[in-house]
Design a protein around this ligand. Structure first.
Ligand SMILES: *[C@@H]1O[C@H](CO)[C@@H](O)[C@H](O)[C@H]1NC(C)=O
Ligand SMILES: *[C@@H]1O[C@H](CO)[C@@H](O)[C@H](O)[C@H]1NC(C)=O
Ligand SMILES: *[C@@H]1O[C@H](CO)[C@@H](O)[C@H](O)[C@H]1NC(C)=O
Length: 338
């Protein structure tokens, strides 16, 4: 019923047919009609859901704000055609056969606020794919059963992102370093993935533990590995994982400290031994010198003796002078007596 084109669309289609017949294939920049099997309304909504499309619809109105191409078998989003739609705010590509997105797929969609890529066959999300989507508020990326790899910086430039759903994919780990930094993010869907509850995914487990309220279906966000934690809630294992991973790190630290301790101990022992040897050798040297110095010690005694002699000489000098004085005195006495 939705397929029944309104008369205006019908006449537009006639115009396009005429143009085609005339051999002038319309460039995307000139198209203003509505694509085959789609319904276009005056709210600038183009609805092409469930039309067995295998290709992205051609000749979309350039002013399209909402494009719904869900429930088809479209295998590719052609960057050229898509990026003419610079007014696009809402894009629903869910339930198609998309296997790949490139850096240029969304290169010009700066107004895009809603993007749905759920129920496709994507296997990975690269670094720059969503980079240009500066206005993106909600991204649904669920139910891609082979999706196992999301680049750590895949969402780092989507500063407006509020809702990110990557539920029911094949993800085992997600580097959350850029996600936790997104200022507006308030809702995350992670359930139905075979999450690794090992140290490689420790940060995600802790994040779910700490900010559990942010996560949709947190109860179904469970570990897929290792075997002993399978089925346990990711949030529940977060703190234990932190302790376990840092203890593992700690044992290396301990080993390091033991090694350092041993080196310091060995260096201390060796230097103490060296000091001991030097002390003993010095003492021996001094003793030997003393032992050898007994004859030489006489010489030293002589030197002392010389000093003593000098003193004695001084004394004798004095005594002699006294002696001389005495006779003088005696002389004076004698003279006095005379
Ligand atoms: C996907 O689209 C097909 C039609 O192409 C439909 O039969 C099917 O129910 C849709 N699946 C979901 C999950 O919407
Ligand atoms: C999911 O990933 C595992 C390896 O981690 C792989 O063996 C499995 O086939 C993948 N599942 C799908 C549906 O691609
Ligand atoms: C996460 O990604 C950032 C940026 O790419 C990187 O610096 C960091 O080491 C990664 N963390 C882990 C645990 O792999």
């Amino acid at each position: 019923m939705r397929l029944a084109p309104p008369p205006s669309a019908h006449s537009l289609r006639l115009v396009i047919v005429v143009i085609l017949v005339m051999g002038a294939s319309p460039s995307p920049a000139m198209s203003s009609g509505c694509p085959d099997r789609c319904v276009c309304d005056d709210q600038r909504v183009v609805q092409c859901a469930g039309q067995h499309l295998t290709r992205f619809p051609a000749d979309l109105p350039l002013t399209t704000r909402q494009l719904i191409i869900s429930n088809n078998r479209i295998a590719e989003l052609p960057p050229l055609a898509l990026n003419y739609l610079s007014d696009l705010v809402y894009l629903d590509c869910s339930n198609n056969s998309l296997t790949e997105l490139s850096e240029s797929t969304f290169g010009n969609l700066r107004q895009l606020a809603y993007l749905d890529l759920s129920f496709n066959t994507l296997t990975r999300v690269e670094d720059r794919t969503f980079g240009p989507l500066a206005s993106l508020v909600m991204l649904r990326l669920t139910d891609n059963p082979g999706l196992a790899d999301i680049h750590p910086d895949a969402f780092s430039e989507n500063a407006a992102l509020q809702v990110l759903d990557v539920s029911r994919n094949n993800l085992t780990a997600l580097n959350v370093s850029s996600l936790v930094a997104l200022p507006a993010l308030r809702s995350m869907g992670l359930s139905g993935n075979p999450w690794s509850c090992a140290c490689d995914n420790e940060d995600l487990c802790l994040w779910v533990h700490v900010e559990g309220f942010k996560f949709q279906e947190e109860g179904q966000t469970v570990c897929g590995a290792p075997a002993d934690l399978r089925g346990r809630r990711v949030a529940e294992v977060g703190p234990g994982l932190r302790a376990r991973c840092h203890q593992a790190l700690g044992s290396w630290d301990y080993l390091f400290f033991i090694l350092i301790g041993f080196v310091i101990f060995a260096a201390g022992t060796v230097s103490a031994w060296g000091m001991g040897v030097v002390m003993v050798l010095y003492e021996r040297y001094v003793k030997r010198k003393d032992a050898q110095g007994d004859p030489e010690g006489g010489g030293r005694g002589e030197a002392e003796g010389e000093g003593g002699e000098r003193v004695e000489m001084g004394r004798t000098g004095r005594t002699s002078s006294e002696g001389r004085g005495h006779p003088g005195n005696g002389d004076r006495k004698a003279s006095h007596g005379v």
